[in-house]
Write a protein that binds this ligand. Structure first.
Ligand code: R5P
Length: 300
């Protein structure tokens, strides 16, 4: 029997696309609230003995999404699904992966423990912040697949713009973004790439230095995993502009765009600002579904 795919409230758009693309059955989960605010979950299809894919991003209201996701996955397991694949395009809490100040909760480890109790077979996630996690499979207790959305973003830029060497460089706004800058540069036909130096002062404020990068008169593609408050991109554009960079094309996998991030970014006069639909936003013009489908092909 073919797999059945379910979408949570932040993953329905992807479940529909995936079912259509792969010819999977599309299931439905009822999610509502009891009068006291508790979540109510009901799986509406028979999943006994079937391969099940459940898609939900842990964003918008991350705490709500965590409860919805864990309750649904456990229910699917309990109803006798044969294999359960959890697709969590945006894994929240991943940036709190260490005790940066005394007494802090190491949130991602707690979330991973909760996943581990459910014993899903596979977890597929997209460009998760794994800088301090060396073995996600044992942490989450599942075969862990951290795929990238940067290739899909690169294909989009290639289709829509003429970004060629030596007029264009790819920039990651901090050291950790080197991995994404490298993939983007490759996707755009072997462009040069480089990173900036970022120091985070608060959750909203960063300072960025662009030492030793040559962007004078060049187009710049900036790529990062997440745009949250927009502070990182705004400071990166300012630093690169002061060095004489020409036009900016900004791409991100997870466009969280909290608060007034979008209007602030639009005021920068960028040539392009694009994200994937791991989280839905006004700039989510690139679908992550083909990358998820490829990962599923490898699993099934
Ligand atoms: C940080 O490590 C991430 O890669 C992003 O650079 C960061 O989350 C962006 O946040 P913001 O848009 O608030 O500067």
């Amino acid at each position: 029997m073919k797999p059945i795919v379910f979408g949570g409230r932040n993953g329905e758009h992807l479940a529909v696309e995936l079912a259509f693309m792969k010819g999977f059955d599309l299931g439905s989960v009822e999610v509502k609230k009891f009068p006291d605010g508790e979540s109510y979950i009901r799986v509406m299809d028979d999943v006994q003995g079937r391969d099940v894919i459940y898609i939900n991003s842990l964003q918008r209201d991350p705490n709500e999404a965590v409860v919805e996701t864990l309750y649904t996955l456990d229910t699917l397991r309990d109803l006798g699904a044969r294999r359960v694949v959890a697709v969590i395009p945006y894994m929240s809490y991943a940036r709190q992966d260490s005790r940066f100040n005394p007494g802090e909760a190491v949130s991602i480890q707690i979330l991973a423990k909760l996943f581990k109790t459910i014993k899903v077979d596979h977890i597929i996630t997209v460009d998760m912040h794994l800088h301090r996690i060396s073995d996600p499979s044992s942490l989450f207790g599942a075969n862990f697949h951290n795929i990238t959305g940067v290739r899909e973003l690169g294909k989009y830029l290639r289709r829509n713009y003429d970004l060629t060497r030596p007029d264009t460089v790819v920039i990651g706004p901090d050291e950790e973004a080197e991995q994404w800058a490298r993939v983007m540069a490759e996707e755009l036909g072997g462009l040069e790439f480089s990173t900036l130096e970022k120091k985070r002062l608060t959750a909203e404020k960063v300072v960025i230095e662009a030492k030793g990068v040559n962007v004078k008169g060049k187009n710049v593609v900036i790529v990062d995993d997440i745009i949250s408050t927009g502070g990182t991109i705004i400071e990166a554009v300012k630093a690169l502009r002061s060095l004489g960079a020409r036009d900016f094309y900004v791409a991100t996998v997870h466009p969280l765009l909290v608060g007034d991030a979008l209007p602030r970014l639009l005021r920068l006069g960028l040539k392009e600002l694009v994200g994937t639909n791991t989280v839905l936003s006004p700039i989510s013009r690139v679908s992550i579904t083909p990358a998820i489908a490829e990962a599923l092909d490898r699993i099934f």
